[in-house]
Design a protein around this ligand. Sequence first.
Ligand SMILES: Nc1nc2c(ncn2[C@@H]2O[C@H](COP(=O)(O)OP(=O)(O)OP(=O)(O)O)[C@@H](O)[C@H]2O)c(=O)[nH]1
Ligand SMILES: [Mg+2]
Length: 266
Amino acid sequence: MELASWRLLARVVKNADVVVEVVDIRDPMSTRSRRLERMVEALEKPLLIVLNKADLVPRSVAEKWQRILEGMGYEVMYMAATRRYGTRVLRSRIKALATMKPFAAAIVGYPKTGKSSIINALKGKRSAFTSPVPGSPGYTRHVQLYKVEPNFYLIDTPGVIPVEGGWPEALIRGKSPEELADPVPPALALIERIVKYNPKAFMQAYGINSRNPMEILERLAVKRGWFYKTTKEPLIEEAARTIIRDYHKAKIPFYVPPEEYLRAGP
Ligand SMILES: Nc1nc2c(ncn2[C@@H]2O[C@H](COP(=O)(O)OP(=O)(O)OP(=O)(O)O)[C@@H](O)[C@H]2O)c(=O)[nH]1
Ligand SMILES: [Mg+2]
């Protein structure tokens, strides 16, 4: 899988009248790109930050993240594209930011944040391809233009932003779980992060009552019957890929509480 370059992204932003940055509301600070935001600012384009997947967090959490980012001077809203929640608000906020007609809004953001799903929601019928996991069929490969209404266009982009977010985000969003040479280290880091914010996450997802990352991998492998043929040890690589995949598919309940971010400081 190829992550297009900053040059492609710059071209898309230059050609857009409005830029919509899509982030995952479960972890907004690791899934936004300051570099993209600075680029949009430098090119003097209006920017709207969309906190997507709001169905995966309590409403109070969505509202707090919105206020935190608004406090930094950004235009912000939250929505749940696959539930068609917030679609009308998004449409009118894009229109309010556009200064001419016709206009095109570029939908940009990290892989798997729901850019194509947002375009489908705005268009009202399925047209942009979507997929749950990086690199699997249906991820966006090329920049594509869609018409929402007369004079209103959307530019879909592949997960083009080279992922700069912290470990393990950089690894698990940039490649499919199958492509990872060793999925265990990023899975362990991911598990640690999830458990930190939701100690019961793996109980809820798999019935595994543990907070120890390595033990969680081993117990999942045992539960699913995945063993090395030779040594009969649990096949933790397979468990690691499953957990990364299930994280993308939101099967593991988890979000970063805004209070945590405020306490730790930006
Ligand atoms: N729960 C939930 N899942 C969502 C939402 N929006 C998108 N998803 C899911 O997130 C996954 C990725 O969605 P896409 O629309 O393909 O994301 P994308 O940003 O276009 O991905 P790339 O083009 O590969 O970068 C899919 O499994 C979607 O069903 C949402 O609002 N809520
Ligand atoms: Mg896409």
